[in-house]
Design a protein around this ligand. Structure first.
Ligand code: PMV
Length: 325
């Protein structure tokens, strides 16, 4: 008996950084992302005869407590005694600020849901994915996706599609500025920022406004306003990271050179803006006609190790149904 699920990572145009006090890994602020159809995590879940679980990522056994806890939650929900082997492969660099945990947990909950025939709906799967990695709640859905909820209700914090991919077929050009895994995980970094950055409270109080404006901007397909809001959310988040003690510096020289290149393209009226997560990769979001020029410009930047071009992608899906028992 085995099930395979696929999911795409997402990049936040309006970022979250920091957790609320609610149980279940709930963000402190709302966020809004696009799903990256050109990058994929493929995850297979199968029952084994042993009582323990096994997690194999990109060919190596990994002791990831969040993944193993997720498997155990699904086993408990299904009332199943057997252990589960999960095998997952990313077709892009892992743990380097390309949201591999987002696509990873989205594909994981999808595969476990299928394996145990639990018939969970996307809303419930999004909640389950969020427990592993909050941004994974958004990768259950395709297109433009929000992650919001009520301040006092953890169950309300789930990913919801704001608009499908067809609503606004943007392109995302990822400049790989390093293939190395990041040194400080998002969860550790967020904890440190909340505890030590003098700007943390301002970040939290301003987030809702940015989110509301960005949502309206996406509905209106207003590229220039989205560019402004998104770059500002990204730079505010990195200001928070830089002001954390000890500082969180996720950028490298190539990241900065890519920012300068995006600024030069903008000065030439190319419709493009950048965003960067907890890693050195720069993601340039552009109108599709500009994709070729943006990819060529970023691939010529010193230190860029590769370019991935992606359109906005779809939801998590099963690629194989369970074999007959
Ligand atoms: O939920 P995590 O641990 O994947 O953290 C994601 C944090 C950022 O990617 C930097 C921002 C975001 O909203 O995705």
């Amino acid at each position: 008996m085995h099930v395979i699920a696929e999911a795409h990572p997402n990049i936040a145009l309006i970022k979250y950084w920091g957790k609320s006090d609610l149980p279940g890994n709930v963000p402190a602020v709302p966020s809004l992302s696009v799903t990256l159809g050109g990058l994929t995590t493929r995850t297979e879940a199968e029952l084994t005869r042993s009582p323990g679980n096994e997690f194999v990522m990109n060919g190596a056994i990994v002791e990831d407590v969040r993944v193993l806890a997720c498997i155990d939650r699904f086993r408990a929900a299904a009332g199943h005694e057997n252990g589960v082997r999960v095998t997952t492969v990313n077709d892009f660099p892992t743990a380097a600020g390309l949201a591999s945990s987002a696509s990873g947990f989205a594909a994981l909950v999808g595969a476990l849901n299928g394996l145990f025939d639990l018939n969970m709906r996307p809303a419930k799967l999004s909640l389950e994915a969020r427990r592993g990695s909050a941004s994974a709640a958004r990768s259950i859905h395709g297109g433009f996706v929000s992650l919001t909820g009520d301040a006092d209700d953890p169950e309300s914090w789930q990913g919801r599609q704001v608009a499908p991919a067809e609503h606004w077929p943007l392109e995302v050009v990822v400049a790989i500025c390093s293939n190395a895994a990041k040194s400080v995980s998002s969860s550790d970094g967020m904890r440190a920022s909340a505890a030590t950055s003098p700007y943390y409270d301002r970040w939290v109080s301003g987030a809702d406004d940015d989110y509301q404006q960005a949502q309206a901007t996406i509905q209106a397909r207003d590229f220039d306003t989205l560019a402004h809001l998104s770059e500002s959310s990204c730079l505010n988040m990195h200001a928070l990271m830089l002001s954390t003690k000890p500082p969180l510096i996720y950028w490298n020289a190539a990241t900065l050179a890519c920012i300068a290149r995006v600024r030069a393209l903008q000065a030439d009226d190319v419709p493009v803006f950048f965003t960067i997560d907890a890693g050195p990769q720069l993601k340039a979001v552009c109108l599709p006609d500009a994709g070729e020029a943006v990819a060529a410009a970023l691939s010529a930047v010193e230190g860029v190790e590769g370019i991935i071009r992606s359109r906005i992608g779809g939801a998590m899906r099963l690629v194989e149904t369970p074999d007959a028992p």
